[in-house]
Design a protein around this ligand. Structure first.
Ligand code: NAD
Length: 272
């Protein structure tokens, strides 16, 4: 379905590459790089000159991303990996200067109907894997006295919504993990922050619209206008490139004093 994404007259929309960022010589790892936000982050960091280790279980999506990255200042190296293999995830993060924990999944279901195995998978991919990736990345970051951990959280890391028990639990946990990494990493030149968007126009959201439509028994168009954007003062979805630009910002020199923070891109949702 088509969801309203176009910025209104008062909304400038995405301003790609407004952040000055030079990552030549840096290695970044982006998880979920075949998806909407991860892909935008991988391309943004590669455009800044980074060598990007693009991790996803979706080999086809990674191949497409790699093709798209041809001609950028940096490079994208596909790494097909299912993050539920936690040992492999930790191993993959070794030697990275920038870690973007982005991979995620969603199931919208009341708690009493929520399958326990899916709850466990969501927590594994969205909380335990980030912990293991941070663990794998820190020795190199600490060794060189510089590192950037960026956790793609969500407005749901800061606020709850019904029917999203696993997702909200995982994102609240990720916000906590990010703060602990910030405190421990400070003396080693490593910052850790969350970028916490409202609804972004990606395949994950398209699926949620369908799921919410079934859960609430209302048409998809009303899910977007009456449920998804109900808490947002700005009535549009966020573009993946806007999220990627926020990631670029927290990796940039002017953001070096920002750590342990959560940067909401939520159209005012958390202002309530
Ligand atoms: P997406 O579905 O487009 O992409 C998610 C990617 O994660 C996919 O490519 C998928 O293959 C990958 N992935 C999932 N499970 C994996 C596993 N076990 N191993 C390896 N890869 C796996 O989703 P998106 O909208 O781009 O979301 C990216 C992140 O942004 C997620 O953490 C999500 O919670 C967060 N987020 C999204 C929105 C939104 O509205 N889309 C809002 C706030 C936060």
């Amino acid at each position: 379905m088509t969801v309203p994404t176009s910025p209104g007259p008062a909304s400038p929309g995405p301003a790609p590459h407004s952040v000055a960022l030079d990552l030549v010589g840096r290695t970044a790892l982006v998880t979920g790089a075949a998806g909407g936000i991860g892909r935008a982050c991988a391309l943004r960091l590669a455009a800044a000159g980074a060598k990007v280790r693009a991790v996803d279980r979706d080999a086809g999506g990674l191949a497409d991303l790699t093709e798209c990255a041809a001609g950028l200042a940096g490079a994208v190296e596909p790494h097909v990996l299912d993050l539920t293999d936690l040992d492999a995830a930790e191993h993959a993060a070794a030697g990275t200067d920038i870690l973007v924990n982005n991979a995620g999944l969603q199931l919208v279901r009341p708690i009493e109907d929520f399958p326990p195995d899916v709850f466990s998978t969501v927590l594994t991919v969205m909380l335990e894997a980030p912990f293991r990736l941070v663990r794998g990345a820190l020795p190199h970051m600490y060794g060189q006295g510089w590192g950037r951990i960026v956790n793609i959280s969500s407005v749901h890391g800061l606020r709850a919504s019904a029917y999203k028990s696993a997702y909200v639990a995982a994102k609240h946990g990720l916000e906590g993990l990010s703060k602990v990494a910030a405190l421990e990493g400070a003396e080693h030149g490593v910052t850790s922050n969350c970028v916490s968007p409202g609804y972004v126009r990606t395949p994950l959201v398209e699926q949620q619209i369908a799921d919410q439509s079934a859960a609430h028994g209302i048409p998809a168009e009303r899910v977007v206008s009456e449920i998804m954007l109900a808490g947002s003062a700005l009535k549009r979805l966020v573009e993946p490139e806007e999220v990627a630009e926020a990631v670029a910002y927290v990796c940039s020199p002017p953001a070096s004093f920002i750590t342990g923070a959560s940067l909401p891109l939520d159209g005012g949702w958390t202002a309530h």
